[in-house]
Design a protein around this ligand. Structure first.
Ligand SMILES: Cc1cc2nc3c(=O)[nH]c(=O)nc-3n(C[C@H](O)[C@H](O)[C@H](O)COP(=O)(O)OP(=O)(O)OC[C@H]3O[C@@H](n4cnc5c(N)ncnc54)[C@H](O)[C@@H]3O)c2cc1C
Length: 381
């Protein structure tokens, strides 16, 4: 058979494209060389958020769209997404009070109507929020949302499969070539498949994939590694902390499976395969927490780590933390279409699926109001 769409990559972006396409009646094959969400889509900070700090880079469009998606996901997937109170201790030396207050006021309003509470000042009687902090005092509380990124990816993939998509894990796209008006691809084990359209949603491998397909492109991917550490629970409660660092970066501390997770770093890398957190990253994250919390942590307290590689669209920014988090879709129509996905966020993957379909000439809003439930027990494509 000839598929309408062959999707490379079973991260959240590939899964979201498969779901939107399947609901739109297209025949879809998604191939994933490892397991669903085996790479970047299980290594995030697990936030469903507008991205408060992107306001500093004037990324108003990105933040507005992400806030709208946050709101939509809270409504459509309450079993997978939960509201997250985030405490932002004030540190005047890093950013003046008025600037943070203004940023939060914009953040509260930019996405339109919101169901979570508006931001507010941190109060002396916010006992649970103040308890772990070394300096009890000024700060803010604002609201975002949190998820389990891998579980969300699997939920999306399960809905795609329930609507007719085929997903093959442990299946690599080894090579592919254009032949008239179709793509002929060779998969792991020598299986050959034919598709009218190919979508390159290979995450950090997007550039390598283009090379493998022999496509010259102006677009470049910039690979930025981010690591998290986990330590025995640092505080009671299900809220998070946004900790401003002297280098102007921010580090989150949040509850994760009974422990506290802390992340992330930003390190330019060459390889799409994430290497484990190194000693410098672990020391950086321990120091980031020590600046704010009474309980001091050392590398010896670390119970686990996870690292992922952000596949960011290279917009020429000099610093990793300043590279746009907006996704970019590049369509090559020098033969049967090839659409490549650069960048993105867990938060905006559903929207990305819509945009991909639109760009391929199949405008679709099928997932816009469609409830999303966790993948059924034992779902193993
Ligand atoms: C440290 C960190 C923190 C983040 N925090 C957040 C956050 O809090 N909130 C948020 O919204 N976003 C966050 N993000 C961004 C988000 O995680 C990514 O944008 C998203 O996971 C990218 O998904 P993807 O599907 O493009 O890539 P991936 O999840 O990496 O999926 C690509 C898949 O393609 C597969 N593949 C590659 N080559 C082939 C091939 N030849 N054949 C078959 N399969 C192939 C790979 O195995 C991989 O599984 C964070 C990212 C990082 C790294």
């Amino acid at each position: 058979m000839t598929y309408d769409l062959l999707i490379i990559g079973g991260g959240i972006n590939g899964a979201s494209i498969a779901r939107e396409a399947a609901l739109n009646g297209l025949s879809v094959l998604l191939v994933e060389k490892d397991d669903l969400a085996a790479h970047t889509s299980s290594a995030s900070t697990k936030l469903i958020h507008g991205g408060l700090r992107y306001l500093e880079y004037y990324e108003f469009k990105l933040v507005r769209e992400a806030l709208q998606e946050r709101e939509r996901l809270l409504r459509l997937a309450p079993e997978l997404i939960r509201p997250l109170a985030t405490v932002l201790p004030h540190e005047n030396a890093v950013r003046p009070w008025w600037m943070v207050r203004l940023g939060l006021a914009i953040y509260d309003r930019l996405g339109g109507r919101i169901s979570v509470p508006h931001s507010r000042g941190l109060r002396a009687d916010d006992a649970a929020y103040q308890a772990p902090l070394r300096r009890k005092g000024a700060g803010f509380v604002y609201f975002d949302a949190a998820t389990d990124d891998a579980a969300l990816t699997r939920a999306i993939a399960a809905d795609a499969v329930a609507n007719g998509a085929e997903i093959a894990t442990q299946t690599e796209l080894v090579s592919a070539r254009r032949d008239g008006d179709v793509w002929r691809a060779v998969l792991t084990g020598g299986r050959e498949v034919v598709s009218r359209i190919m979508v390159n949603a290979a995450g950090p491998w997007v550039g390598e994939m283009l090379g493998r397909l022999g496509i010259n492109t102006r677009a470049h991917v910039r690979l930025v590694k981010g690591s998290h550490i986990t330590v025995p629970r640092l505080y009671e409660g299900d809220h998070a902390y946004m900790l401003q660092q002297p280098d102007k970066r921010i580090v989150f501390a949040f509850p994760w499976h009974g422990e506290t997770a802390i992340g992330t770093t930003d390190i330019a890398v060459e390889s799409p395969e994430a290497t484990p957190a190194d000693t410098d990253e672990i020391a950086y994250l321990c120091a980031a927490v020590d600046r704010y919390f009474t309980r001091s942590i050392t590398p010896g307290d670390v119970t686990g780590t996870w690292s992922g590689v952000r596949p960011l669209y290279d917009d020429g920014a000099s610093e990793a933390k300043a590279v746009t988090r907006e996704y970019v879709l590049e369509l090559d129509e020098s033969g049967p279409p090839l659409l490549s996905v650069f960048g993105g966020k867990i938060t905006t993957a559903r929207r990305l699926g819509e945009d991909v379909l639109g760009k391929l000439g199949y405008p679709s809003t099928k997932t816009r109001d469609r409830p999303l439930h966790p993948a059924p027990e034992g779902f193993a494509p």
